[in-house]
Design a protein around this ligand. Structure first.
Ligand code: SF4
Ligand code: SF4
Length: 422
């Protein structure tokens, strides 16, 4: 089928109006390469890399084409023959192999970043003009990075947190890699929210990065290695659910069964694991005792307006768009306003905003027109990448004093009427 129903859903096609920038066009290019009609040259690689991987084309497709799997295979094949040159190849190796898979090194990275942010070094570097040596996208990112920390969720609250009241289920938190360095507080708040809703939470310490950044960047073997390590770590935890609070991570975790479908040893375990993965909002709505979110009303704060930017992977892969909205609508003194095209990608897409800054910036510009129209005091998201991208959008096109960008979990936790320990 080449019906084209996916075209209007595709952000890059909407921005350019060009067929090769659409899902149908990219699939045609992949087929041409697979059939030997076209060389997998740089132009082909560029076209594949322009794709955000947002997967908005999948729910739009009547033939259920698994575009996400196609683009990952295409990128993996491109990477097998890629010649990045020394600096890029070195950076890829450093992060994909040397940092993301290793918890200890991530902690040191968090400590280093925290030192940079808190010691005044940041002001010296900014004042010295050294930042001008970095590409614009990196300079912008540096401005909106949250306070980093070497203290992740386990260092803050341990590996076990009991349920408040009667236990509904035992669950495990997937803490993420970057998430636990830049958003450790959100991980803590996720655990406390789950506990308040009746879930006993464990945090397996042997867990590693989910592998999403690797899979989306053509490093499939490395992604599979990480998946195997996670399967072992969570199997030993004996839990009913594996809970994610980052759409990007959750979307790969629910597809571990596909990622390892050719691995005879791990195939079955991967399918069992994938079936247990949920986003925190999905679990709270489906099985939790939803806490009272009326702290703002109790403390007499001003009523606020809130809006939500969907995480593409939470919406298009984990199929969850209602659960976060359902929770937000239960907060007292907060009026939920739907943002026009909240379901469209914000341009973050993993590291897309760094590797493809022009298209990412264009998409973000349009997103911010809609965000500003909501007049919301809080713009909420369910994924760290979207959160940073929307923060950048507010900095560039809005007013950071008037609109704060937050993770849904943090917003809910702050408004939980009872935040006492179990
Ligand atoms: S994943 Fe997103 S950007 Fe890529 S083709 Fe599909 S809709 Fe377009
Ligand atoms: S990917 Fe699906 S929606 Fe897009 S052209 Fe092919 S069949 Fe149609």
């Amino acid at each position: 089928m080449r019906c084209g129903f996916c075209l209007p859903a595709c952000p890059t096609f909407r921005e350019t109006g060009l067929e090769p920038e659409s899902p149908r066009g990219r699939i045609a290019l992949m087929k041409a390469v697979a059939d030997g009609v076209m060389d997998p040259d740089q132009a082909f690689a560029d076209q594949m890399n322009h794709c955000l991987g947002c997967r908005a084309c999948e729910p739009a497709c009547p033939a259920d084409v698994k575009y996400g799997q196609l683009i990952e295979q295409a990128r993996d094949a491109i990477e097998d023959h890629a010649d990045h040159g020394l600096p890029v190849a070195g950076i890829r190796k450093l992060f994909f192999k040397g940092v993301f898979p290793h918890r200890g090194r991530l902690k040191w990275m968090g400590k280093g970043l925290a030192l940079y942010q808190k010691s005044g070094l940041r002001h010296v570097v900014r004042g010295s003009g050294l930042m001008r040596l970095l590409p614009k996208a990196m300079r912008e990112m540096e401005q909106i990075l949250p306070e980093a920390s070497g203290q992740g969720v386990v260092e803050r609250i341990g590996t076990f947190y009991p349920a408040k009241g009667a236990k509904i289920a035992r669950v495990a938190l997937f803490r993420g890699c970057i998430m636990d360095v830049l958003f450790a507080e959100t991980n803590v708040n996720t655990v406390k929210l789950l506990s308040e809703a009746g879930f006993e939470v464990v945090i397996p310490t042997a867990q590693v990065c989910c592998g999403a950044l690797h899979a989306h960047s053509g490093e499939m073997d490395q992604a599979r290695e990480l998946a195997r390590a996670n399967l072992k770590a969570f199997e030993e935890a004996g839990v009913e659910y594996v809970v994610s609070n980052a759409g990007g991570c959750g979307a790969l975790l629910v597809e571990y069964d596909h990622l390892l479908h050719e691995d005879a040893e791990y195939r079955e375990l991967a399918a069992k694991f994938a079936a247990r993965v949920v986003d925190v909002s999905q679990l709270l709505v489906a099985r939790g005792r939803i806490p009272a979110f009326d702290e703002a009303a109790a403390s007499g704060s001003e009523p606020v307006t809130i809006t939500y930017q969907d995480s593409c992977h939470l919406r298009n892969v984990m199929k969850s768009s209602n659960a976060p909205r359902q929770l937000m609508k239960q907060v007292a003194n907060a009026t939920f306003t739907e943002m026009h095209e909240a379901d469209r990608c914000c341009g973050s897409a993993g590291i897309y905003n760094v590797t493809q800054p022009e298209m990412a910036g264009q998409i973000l510009d349009h997103k911010m027109v809609h965000a500003n129209r909501t007049g919301a005091r809080y713009l909420l998201t369910s994924n760290p990448g979207c959160l940073l991208q929307m923060k950048l959008g507010v900095l560039k096109h809005g007013d950071p004093e008037a609109m704060e960008v937050k993770h849904v979990v943090d917003f809910l936790y702050e408004r939980m009427a009872d935040r006492s320990d179990p």
